[in-house]
Design a protein around this ligand. Structure first.
Ligand SMILES: *Cc1c(COP(=O)(O)O)cnc(C)c1O
Length: 408
């Protein structure tokens, strides 16, 4: 067929505009090469205004924000925490830092996020659970009304991991405002980036002050280094904040570009036995961070995955994520498997996993799509993330679509 791309087509790489360099230079020229400075103050102000939360605390990364959120929620060793199952492991690690016990909640097909029916089920099984962590995967909000309602009913604190969904809205309200404590990320692959960085968002002034204090080694108000509680070095650098500040005016432009990519894929695949990562356009507007594909069950060729390898048997008219990813890679384009669900990860093999009809533990190794697989395992088996880079040209995307068509 066609030749490989001369320049790699990325999954999602940073897209810079020029202002980033200006603000970084300002930090240098004014000597605020520190975790204090104008860039930090400005990004905190702009984000709280844009997102619509009262307080934004700039931190070294989204994981740090989630860690402080878990601490603010009062998670102590042994405490159960309900958590999204199909997510990036940074959603879960902070629960482990505090020695909590993550209980994974299965995914719904409607949004690819935490299933409210399974969450209700989990509260029946573990009624004393005090906190829920939900991630909005690939920039699509979960069913936040239902999730919030369930948390309220059971008196649980909601932590929203909006690391992938900055700028997405649910019923007109921005993600990152639905939890009592919320996290966003400016990691290099996110919708806008600082090269790294993150923020804790909250409406609670005491929580924001605590997060500020904890993130700067928990110094007490005293003439010397005085300490009454454990601290962290989690504050954002003023240089990183300069990059974020330069990116902020382009958030909407990035979202529009990502949406165009998603729609173009959707149109391009309309005659294939596949669907795109779904969302309900009557109540939500994703930020379309990553475009993903789900192959129909009856169009899956045989695919087997172990903990480190995958193989498949090619079949006319059918395909599988492994075949498509290998083919994309051959043409110098980067796709990625769906984030492998946490209940399938060796590190969490002993943690409970709750599905609609009870516990899905016994079916943990459902690597092959089909009857009996839980929703997360099924989407992992049949789905993949497509090249979704903002700088990808229409011609390049057309070629990606052709390459994928050729797999069937
Ligand atoms: C990127 C990401 C994080 C972590 O953000 P960092 O800034 O990389 O620490 C957390 N959760 C999800 C779902 C993410 O995609």
């Amino acid at each position: 067929m066609t030749r490989a791309f001369k320049d790699k087509v990325w999954l999602s790489s940073p897209t810079m505009h020029g202002e980033e360099l200006q603000y970084m230079k300002e930090a240098y020229q004014t000597n605020w090469m520190s975790t204090i400075g104008e860039n930090i103050n400005e990004v905190e102000r702009i984000i709280s205004e844009k997102v619509g939360c009262k307080y934004a605390v700039a931190l070294s990364c989204g994981t740090a924000a989630l860690h402080l959120a878990v601490k603010l929620a009062g998670i102590k060793p042994g405490d159960n925490v309900f958590c999204s199952d199909m997510t990036f492991d940074a959603t879960v690690n902070p629960i482990m830092y505090e020695k909590g016990n993550p209980i994974f909640i299965d995914t719904e097909y409607e949004t690819w996020n935490m299933d409210p029916v399974s969450l209700e089920k989990a509260f029946k099984l573990y009624p004393d659970t005090k906190a829920v962590v939900i991630a909005n995967l690939y920039g699509t909000p979960g069913d936040l009304d239902k999730i919030c309602g369930i948390c309220e009913k059971h008196g649980a604190v909601l932590i929203e991991d909006a690391a992938e969904s900055l700028g997405a809205t649910y019923k007109g309200r921005q993600t990152g405002t639905f939890g009592t404590y919320n996290a966003i990320s400016f990691n290099g692959n996110k919708i806008i980036t600082g090269s790294s960085g993150g923020m804790l968002l909250t409406d609670n002034p005491d929580a924001a002050n605590k997060a500020r204090k904890w993130s700067t080694q928990s110094r007490e108000a005293a003439p010397w280094y005085q300490h009454e509680e454990i601290g962290y070095n989690y504050r954002m650098s003023n240089v990183v904040a300069g990059v974020v500040r330069g990116q902020l005016p382009y958030l909407e432009e990035h979202i529009a570009r990502k949406k165009a990519i998603y729609m173009r894929y959707k149109e391009g695949f309309k005659n294939l036995p596949v669907s795109m990562n779904p969302y309900d356009d009557t109540i939500m507007e994703p930020n379309f961070w990553l475009s993903c594909l789900l192959i129909n069950k009856d169009a899956m060729c045989k695919q087997v995955r172990s903990d480190s390898d995958a193989c498949y048997v090619s079949e006319q008219g059918k395909s599988c994520p492994t075949e498509i990813l290998e083919t994309l890679s051959k043409y110098n384009a980067e796709g990625r498997p769906i984030w492998k669900p946490m209940h399938m990860q060796p590190i969490y093999r002993m943690n409970p996993f709750i599905t609609r009809d009870g516990s899905g533990r016994a079916r943990t190794n459902a690597y092959i799509a089909g009857e009996g697989a839980d929703t997360g395992a099924d989407i992992f088996a049949r789905g993949l993330c497509l090249p979704s880079d903002i700088k990808m040209t229409e011609a390049e995307q057309d070629k990606i679509i052709e390459i994928i068509k050729s797999c069937f």
